[in-house]
Design a protein. Structure first.
Length: 420
């Protein structure tokens, strides 16, 4: 394949951006809370966004700003002010869904590239042509678009970039335009404040012959809980169909998720781009699908890619219980005198408990290593039997070797899969 396929990863905060780039993302997408569809669990300020752009430039990567809310009149003045900021710091593109915001971008930051959000629900070539005529350079296609439709759209619109979600949570509503959250909790999904009522358990009772009542109940079913999307086994098909960029959902998820999902898709994309033989490609994809199964998920499906006419839901539970736990990240070693007693240890920021004797896996962008925890010391060089997350969560962990900054640690908790 002649043109490099772009991998676009979620940038929920500065550490997640750092990890996404380190583990192979070509670009990240980030957003200011007031204008992004991730208003909750989003601590980005204009100061942090400026730092994020600087980080992208340092890493020679791309960064896209989300302005993908469906704006009300009260948002317009703030958006105009924010666009002045965007014009100055120059992200690689903005992602919009509202025609009014698109118009404001062209007026107040005319040199900024415009990508169209999946929220705009672009499902056909005529819609693509319309948005292209409005100055859009890339379309993030609706999740409802099938593989055959992608092929037809690219054939009819060869001069525009197409982006497609390949991994992450799925919304039970059309391209995420859900009203349940607003109706039930007065928090709008279309303004980035969804409380995810589709993930709650419900109990169905028939009040009469014509009416079924849904109510929350601890013994209920997860009626609206769609499985997560995972298309790692079909990237070659999407590339041949004409998709230029593959996107991973998950700005509110952990640094561990951002890194591991990016790592898996990076390796699979590299294999597709090198046009490896079927067996080699299948081997790599199988290995990376196994890695993705080690992330917390609701079980995986292919979504609408192959034109299924029904939802793939997980009715039994909110998500599958994860057998693997993220326990820490390797940090840079503070300078100390040569021959200091901790020189052979890895300095670790601990997220979940690590005990002497634990069998860990150490993950780097290139490899995964196994190691038993030989010893643990605190920052005072005192020997301890276990390390725990929290405010004072830096420890020195004795492993089989010294690993680079940004390596991630995980351990296996149990064998049997279960719902949670």
């Amino acid at each position: 394949m002649k043109k490099k396929i772009e991998l676009v990863s979620p940038g929920g905060n500065l550490p997640k951006i750092e990890y996404a780039y380190y583990y192979g993302a070509d670009a990240v997408y980030v957003g200011y809370p007031d204008f992004s569809l991730r208003a909750r669990l989003n601590d980005f300020s204009e100061t942090n966004l400026k730092k994020a752009v600087a980080l992208a430039r340092k890493r020679e990567k791309k960064i896209y700003f989300t302005l993908n809310v469906y704006a009300h009149e009260r948002h317009l003045a703030k958006i105009k002010k924010h666009l002045s900021f965007i014009k100055k710091i120059k992200p690689d593109a903005v992602i919009v869904s509202d025609p009014g915001i698109l118009s404001l971008v062209k007026k107040h930051s005319p040199k900024t590239k415009i990508h169209l959000s999946t929220q705009a629900n672009t499902t056909n070539s005529e819609a693509v042509k319309f948005w292209q005529s409005q100055g859009v350079s890339r379309i993030v296609l609706a999740r409802e678009v099938t593989l055959e439709e992608i092929k037809m759209i690219k054939k009819k619109c060869p001069n525009i970039e197409l982006e497609y979600f390949v991994h992450g949570a799925m919304c039970m509503s059309l391209s995420g335009r859900c009203l349940l959250s607003k109706w039930m909790r007065d928090r709008s999904a279309n303004l980035g404040d969804c409380v995810q009522p589709c993930r709650w358990p419900y109990h169905a009772t028939r009040e009469n012959k014509e009416e079924i009542i849904l109510s929350e109940d601890k013994n209920g079913s997860y009626l609206f809980n769609s499985k997560d999307l995972c298309l790692i086994e079909h990237l070659d098909k999407l590339a041949k169909a004409g998709v230029n960029a593959f996107k991973i959902e998950g700005r509110t998820k952990s640094v561990f998720y951002a890194a591991l999902a990016t790592k898996s898709y990076r390796r699979a994309i590299n294999a597709v781009e090198k046009e490896k033989s079927g067996k080699k490609l299948n081997k790599i994809v199988k290995e990376e699908k196994s890695e993705l199964n080690k992330l917390t998920n609701r079980e995986y499906s292919t979504g609408f890619l192959f034109g299924k006419d029904k939802w793939e839901n997980n009715f039994d539970c909110s998500h599958r219980r994860n057998r693997w736990q993220f326990v820490g990240e390797i940090c840079p070693v503070k300078s100390r005198k040569a021959g200091a007693p901790l020189a052979q240890f890895n300095r670790v920021k601990v997220h979940n408990a690590i005990k002497t004797g634990d069998q860990l896996e150490i993950i780097t962008p290139e490899n995964i290593y196994a190691s038993r925890v030989a010893e643990i010391k605190n920052e005072k060089a005192e020997l301890v039997v276990s390390a725990h997350g929290g405010n004072r969560n830096i420890y020195f962990i004795g492993l089989s070797g010294e690993f680079p900054r940004g390596s991630l640690l995980r351990k296996k908790l149990f064998e049997a899969e279960a719902c949670h």
